[in-house]
Design a protein around this ligand. Structure first.
Ligand SMILES: Nc1ncnc2c1ncn2[C@@H]1O[C@H](COP(=O)(O)OP(=O)(O)OP(=O)(O)O)[C@@H](O)[C@H]1O
Length: 954
């Protein structure tokens, strides 16, 4: 089997050109030219040695086909009255000229005249009873049309497809194939038929006739191998294409009339137009249709079905028409799928599956026939390919042809050894009108899906037993299946048994299951499909020796026409994706549902995505707002803390002033004024400004106090000059006078005040440290939140300057603390000495009187007191006092020296000292806005200290 040669040549080549190249049937050439005698001599010269298919085999002898063949041997006896069951009667009873499709135009058949002229005169005398003899007598289209029986395949019956506007779509243009690259065929006949189709709307009143009209039987005569017209060369046969007549004058003489008889000169296009075109159109409208070619081997079945590159056959022409119909029917949408199988030795092979071809067929999963109430009989599993263009469809079929088994027989060098079945499933649905996007979105199609099937079958040729064993086996299977087909066709009727199975007229079971072929053809043969049977014969020459075979074919065709009754109905429209044909098989509907589902998914995904994006955006905004809010809160907190601390600090200063006693009022009031000014300003100031004020306060206090303290014991008026430059100097002078003139302000109180001040400073330092920490954290959090770019924060000059400034302030404050500590130590020491000297406050009170008075004349008070003290007290007290003062002076000297060394103070030319530039600047910043207080004159300490010291020492 696997050794069988494959068809090659054009079949394997993809179609090209505007009209796709048809798959060439076989590698064999067209019928040999008249001069080519090699082929002519082989089949028919040798035929004398061949046995008739029926003669040598008892089984074939007993077959109904054989029996009927013998019964029909004498056509003339038809008129002599046979039994009702005889084929002759059957012919007479059912073949109706009125039911036949219209013959082609007269002008298109120049050759038929000759064949008619040879027709025996007995034909017109009615050897075959002809109803409506006008056909024979007139031969004109008008007369034929008037007598035509309405049927689906002759253009008169139902089956029109209405357009969206209720009108019928325009008939296929007559020139629909004129664009063919080959251009080798005429469509004139088509034009006429289509026009007729367009006007014919009447319904048949005779149902049986209409049903018969749904079956077309045609006979095609293959040209003689010598190239001559076989009808001319053989005196036994007469072929009249116009009348659809084949007449035999041999041993079993008789006339056979069919729907179409194609003489040897007819082209494939003519055969297609007359035998298949209408059927294909009806399939597109929703009917099932079956076309099959039947005949002896080598008579032209494959040639008719497939054709050649220059003369396309039924299959390629049907494909062209299918797509033409789709183009011309814009109000419907179509989906086409194709399958291709062969029945070889009673096994089904898928010609489209990769493993289905040739020798690998054995690996293929076995394909079985199943029956479904809606689908009928079908093969499964079978590959179906969806096709979208004629080229694609032709390629698919060419692929199947290539895989089909062929072999050399006595009569055909490349004989088809299998029955080949091409099935084109057509799904169609009313198209959603453009513009109604709402409908399209909702997926609601206005109508359901209609599914119809076009089956194009090239049967294997019947043949006599071959010498080759393999051929014999194949032949046996082929003959058996064809015999079963013949049997069924000879007995087929409309009757059915109780279970609904078809039976013959006598109620006997029809053996559809006896062969795969008949099982597959069951739906078509039992009336569900429009049927077109093309029987091929060869007459004349050597073929005359096979007249028995030819007669068998003619009888088969006659029975098919007589017995097969088709009640084909347009397929119901299927809605939804339910079961059976209405659902799972309807791809158009499934695709529509899938598209709808996918569209829904897409929409929901888009929606979800948009929502997610919105959410993310909101979250981002929220995050940013939160970060901003936190930042603001932090800043506000810092500002509040700074303000609070400032207020606390100032409050403490005020309290500590009060705690130092009444006589310190002047000094503290001066400080209080500064502080108040600071408070007034601090409302809107930043942390920095607050700190600056503190710094001013720190310097103001720390530098003023020692001076005033030392001035207390100084009699040098120049000591006061150092403070005479401005209001601050006046305050400080008052302060000095107040503090040191007022003996009531005890050293203890001063110590307490200084301690409180020290506590303030300590707290302030810790506050500053805390802020510094917060500022650092804040800068870190800013960096992490990405409010600013990461690189920009460390480069923020303000922040860096602020940090540096804080550090410096801290250092300064620490230094001040050290100073205070030393001052405290000095004061404690002075207090100790004073106690030792037993200087009582009472003495001071009686001598000095009102402190205010002392302040008025400080020099007097200061000058007189020591004298008085020295004169009225003993020398030890005097020494002690002097010693304590010396100690204070020494401490102060040390402090000054420290500062000078640290660069905070600069010694002047006359022994005066000035605050260094930085200090000066800071002070300047701090006292900005304080009237009369200038950085240059804000260092009251050194000169007065030196003056007082010198005075005391002298
Ligand atoms: N009408 C025709 N005009 C020209 N050549 C024809 C015609 N019919 C058949 N032939 C030629 O006859 C040969 C046999 O034809 P084809 O193979 O179609 O016969 P078949 O019936 O399919 O045979 P088989 O049953 O063995 O496959 C081919 O070479 C084909 O080209």
């Amino acid at each position: 089997m696997s050794a069988l040669p494959q068809k090659s040549g054009a079949a394997a080549n993809p179609p090209t050109g505007p009209l796709p190249t048809i798959p060439a049937p076989k590698s064999r050439k067209s019928l040999p030219a008249p001069s080519d005698t090699s082929r002519a001599s082989s089949p028919f010269q040798a035929s004398s040695k061949l046995r008739s298919p029926s003669s040598p085999r008892p089984a074939l002898h007993k077959s109904p086909l054989s029996t009927s063949a013998s019964n029909i041997s004498a056509p003339r006896s038809i008129s002599s009255g046979r039994t009702p069951s005889s084929p002759e009667k059957s012919l007479r009873r059912t073949i109706s000229i009125a039911a036949f499709p219209q013959p082609p135009k007269v002008g298109s058949r120049p050759s038929t005249a000759s064949s008619i002229s040879r027709m025996p005169s007995t034909r017109s005398s009615g050897s075959v009873k002809v109803k409506g003899g006008s056909r024979l007598s007139t031969g004109t289209t008008s007369s034929f049309r008037s007598s035509k029986t309405a049927s689906l395949l002759n253009g008169v019956g139902e089956g029109k497809i209405a357009g969206p506007d209720g009108k019928e779509p325009e008939a296929s243009p007559s020139h629909s194939r004129s664009s063919s690259a080959q251009g080798s065929y005429s469509t004139s006949a088509t034009t006429f038929e289509d026009a007729d189709d367009a006007v014919g709307t009447s319904k048949s009143t005779s149902k049986p006739k209409e049903a018969k009209g749904n079956v077309i039987v045609s006979v095609r005569v293959r040209p003689d191998v010598n190239g001559g017209d076989s009808s001319k060369t053989s005196g036994e046969w007469i072929v009249d294409s116009r009348r659809g007549l084949v007449s035999y004058h041999g041993k079993e003489a008789g006339d056979y009339i069919y729907d179409n008889v194609f003489s040897t000169i007819e082209h494939n296009s003519k055969v297609y137009d007359s035998a298949a075109k209408r059927l294909v159109r009806r399939v597109m409208e929703g009917y099932h249709g079956t076309v099959f070619a039947y005949g002896m081997t080598g008579t032209g079945k494959t040639f008719s079905m497939q054709g050649t590159a220059t003369s396309p056959g039924v299959i390629p022409l049907a494909i062209t028409d299918i797509f033409s119909f789709i183009r011309e029917t814009p109000h419907r949408e179509f989906l086409l799928r194709v399958s291709y199988l062969e029945i070889y030795n009673e096994k089904i092979h898928d010609l489209l599956s990769a493993s289905g071809s040739g020798g690998t067929a054995g690996q293929q999963e076995e394909i079985k026939l199943r029956e479904d109430s809606k689908r009928g009989v079908y093969a499964t599993p079978l590959k179906e390919e969806i096709v979208q263009s004629p080229t694609q469809l032709l390629r698919v079929i060419a692929r199947g042809d290539h895989a089909r088994r062929t072999g050399s027989t006595q009569f055909n060098a490349r004989s088809s050894r299998s029955h080949a079945v091409v099935q084109i499933v057509v799904e169609s649905r009313e198209r959603v009108p453009t513009g109604t996007t709402q409908d399209r979105r909702s997926g609601m199609a206005p109508g359901g899906v209609r599914v119809s099937t076009l089956s194009l079958i090239d049967l294997a040729g019947s043949e006599r037993a071959a010498d080759d064993k393999e051929r014999r086996t194949e032949g046996a299977h082929i003959n058996k299946s064809l015999l079963t087909l013949g049997t069924i066709i000879s007995r087929v009727s409309e009757t059915k048994d109780k279970t609904g199975n078809p039976t013959d007229k006598e109620g006997k079971h029809l053996p559809y299951r006896d062969s795969k072929l008949t099982r597959l053809l069951q739906p078509a043969l039992s009336g569900n499909s429009l049927v077109s049977i093309l029987c091929t014969i060869q007459l004349g020459g050597t073929a005359s020796s096979h007249s028995g075979e030819t007669l068998n074919t003619l009888k088969f065709a006659a029975r098919a026409k007589n017995n097969i009754v088709s009640h084909a109905k347009k397929a119901e429209e299927a809605f939804g994706s339910g079961g059976g044909d209405a659902g799972s098989r309807v791809l158009l509907e499934r695709y529509r549902m899938e598209i709808q589902a996918l569209r829904g998914q897409l929409e929901s995904q888009t929606k979800t995505q948009a929502e997610n994006e919105l959410k993310l955006e909101e979250q981002q905004l929220e995050k940013e707002a939160k970060a901003r809010h936190e930042e603001q809160m932090l800043e506000m907190q810092l500002a509040r803390t700074a303000l609070k601390e400032r207020i606390e600090h100032l409050n403490r200063l005020i309290l500590s002033s009060k705690s130092t006693g009444v006589n310190m009022q002047g000094t503290m009031s001066a400080l209080g004024r500064l502080s108040r000014m600071s408070i007034a300003e601090s409302g809107s100031r930043s942390l920095r400004s607050s700190v600056s004020q503190s710094t001013l306060g720190a310097y103001g206090c720390s530098s003023a106090r020692p001076v005033s303290f030392i001035s207390l014991s100084s009699n040098d008026p120049s000591a006061g000059l150092a403070f005479s430059n401005g209001p601050v100097g006046s305050y400080d002078e008052e302060d000095i006078m107040g503090e040191f003139a007022d003996g009531n302000a005890s050293a203890q109180r001063q110590i307490a005040a200084l301690q409180a001040d020290l506590g303030d400073k300590n707290r302030y330092i810790s506050t500053l440290e805390r802020r510094l920490l917060q500022a650092r954290r804040s800068s870190h959090s800013r960096m992490s939140m990405g409010v600013k770019s990461v690189t920009s924060i460390p480069e923020d000059p303000d922040l860096v300057a602020l940090l540096r400034e804080k550090d410096m302030e801290l250092n300064e404050l620490r230094q001040q603390l050290d100073d205070k500590d030393r001052m405290l130590a000095a004061l404690r020491s002075a207090a100790r000495h004073r106690d030792l000297a037993h200087i009582t406050i009472d003495t001071h009170n009686s001598d000095g009187g009102d402190s205010s008075k002392q302040l008025d004349d400080p020099s007097d008070g200061i000058d007189s007191n020591p004298t008085t003290d020295l004169s009225s007290h003993n020398g030890g007290e005097k020494v002690d006092r002097r010693r304590s003062m010396d100690e204070v002076s020494r401490i102060l000297d040390e402090m000054i020296q420290d500062r000078v060394e640290n660069g905070q103070l600069i010694k002047g030319s006359r022994g005066s000292v000035h605050v260094a530039a930085l200090e000066s600047r800071r002070t300047s910043d701090s006292i900005k806005g304080v009237p009369g207080l200038k950085p240059g004159n804000a260092v009251p300490v050194p000169e007065s200290v030196h003056a007082a010291k010198e005075k005391h020492l002298s």
